[in-house]
Design a binder for this molecule. Structure first.
Ligand SMILES: NC(=O)c1ccc[n+]([C@@H]2O[C@H](COP(=O)([O-])OP(=O)(O)OC[C@H]3O[C@@H](n4cnc5c(N)ncnc54)[C@H](O)[C@@H]3O)[C@@H](O)[C@H]2O)c1
Ligand SMILES: N[C@@H](CCO)C(=O)O
Length: 389
């Protein structure tokens, strides 16, 4: 939800992404795009792509062609159509012709047979989609995703994805898997590529838990706040992934692997806020029993306050591969105590940034900012494309 007034910069002419003369076709590139997972993030991204298409064509010579949208059971092809409505609500369904979902057909359709550049965006939280990345990349299709399952899943699959990129030349970007739209993966990449050495990463990596810690002041039951965070699009599709600490653990694994450390999810020491008796329920049954978290969370809050501290969800990773995720009590003067709303904060301690770590901070969850992170990845790939079609 974006409640900010339009910034002044919107009134200025945007700068070109590449050195094109407006209207010139000298550097005009076509990028065919398919979106998988039109949920909260996917729908926000569709809206952003639609809004940016004319500007990108005019100022950057980039012809962004939205060729299809695939949901869990059905897909819609040939949707490079100004009438395509975003959000895919009931009105949109009436306006579109859906076919049964088939990711092979979907990828082939986006790729086309005219040698154009093709890019698939996975905005699902589905492992079966992540399982396809290596094949798509090997076939020359670029992949962009906020889905953490490939980056934090089996190491063998992760290596296959990296190998497919190295061998096939297609690019895989996943900035939005860590802290939504914040530049975390790219910052780490830049540090390492310029010869710095990572010593540790510490911070708050959950927008949902940051927001819950900020809002949980004793005036509202914790369960009410979790429902609100879900409705605002901050949580994972199943909020237990946030409350269990597993979503943050996945982010640590993604960053560790980026640094070349072969960390696996099982190696992260994670403290869960979900009691064992609620862990195996269906998502719907879990949401019904959410109030069972109210009393334990109220008592954690009271204990923190009694000691003059605040509750914060903190994660750490060091160069020996030790990774931990937990709810802690911090002194009210601590840097992490002064974050707002869904703020994430990530501290990189490196050989260069040693006495005073490099810090990135800002909103770390929500459809708009996450979609913007995905869009940025798309643009980074588009910048590197040659003219083909
Ligand atoms: N919401 C955030 O703030 C945020 C931030 C960073 C990353 N993410 C990640 O972005 C992704 C999407 O999150 P969301 O909040 O939009 O979730 P969502 O549940 O709103 O959307 C997911 C969509 O994927 C679809 N889907 C599921 N399986 C599919 C399949 N096999 N093929 C095609 N579509 C399928 C679902 O039907 C749904 O429309 C997740 O991987 C999440 O971890 C979300
Ligand atoms: N559910 C996640 C989204 C961003 O990855 C969070 O709250 O941080």
């Amino acid at each position: 939800m974006n409640t900010c007034a339009p910034p002044l910069v919107d009134q200025l002419q945007p700068l070109p992404l590449t050195a094109t003369t407006p209207g010139s076709t000298a550097r005009r590139r076509v990028l065919a795009v398919g979106l998988i997972g039109p949920g909260r993030v996917g729908s926000a991204l569709l809206a952003q792509l639609r809004a940016a298409q004319p500007r990108l064509a005019r100022d950057a010579g980039l012809d962004l062609r939205l060729c299809g949208v695939a949901a869990s059971k059905r897909m819609w092809l040939d949707c490079d159509d100004p009438e395509l409505r975003v959000g895919l609500g009931s009105g949109a369904e009436r306006a579109q012709i859906w076919r049964p979902g088939n990711l092979d057909e979907f990828a082939a359709h986006v790729t086309g047979d005219d040698g154009r550049h093709a890019l698939l965006i996975d905005c699902s939280a589905n492992d079966a989609v992540a399982e396809r990345y290596a094949d798509w990349l090997a076939a020359g299709i670029h992949v962009v995703t906020p889905n953490k399952l490939a980056g934090s899943g089996p190491l063998q699959r992760w290596h296959a994805i990296r190998a497919a990129c190295a061998n096939g030349g297609a690019r895989f970007r996943y900035e939005a898997t860590v802290c939504a739209g914040l530049p975390i993966v790219q910052t780490l990449r830049d540090l390492l590529d310029t010869g710095d050495e990572l010593l540790a990463i510490d911070g708050m990596f959950s927008g949902t838990l940051a927001w819950l810690c900020n809002r949980h002041d004793g005036n509202h039951p914790f369960s009410t706040l979790v429902r609100e965070a879900h409705a605002l699009g901050y949580t994972e599709p199943d909020p237990r992934n946030d409350l269990s600490g597993m979503d943050v653990a996945r982010k640590l694994v993604i960053l560790a692997r980026e640094a070349g450390w072969p960390l696996s999810l099982e190696e992260v020491d994670v403290q869960s806020l979900v009691p064992p008796e609620l862990a195996a329920l269906s998502p719907e049954a879990f949401m019904q029993r959410l109030p069972e978290l109210d009393a334990p969370m109220a008592s954690q809050l009271a204990a923190a306050r009694a000691g003059g501290g605040v509750l914060r969800h903190v994660a750490s990773l060091d160069r020996h591969g030790h990774a931990s995720v937990k709810l802690v009590v911090l002194p009210a003067a601590h840097t992490f105590a002064h974050t707002r709303l869904t703020d994430n904060i990530v501290q990189f301690t490196t050989r260069r940034y040693c006495d005073n770590p490099l810090v990135v901070q800002g909103p770390g969850a929500g459809p708009e900012v996450t979609a913007a992170g995905v869009f940025t990845d798309l643009l980074r790939i588009a910048e590197s494309l040659g003219v083909r079609a």
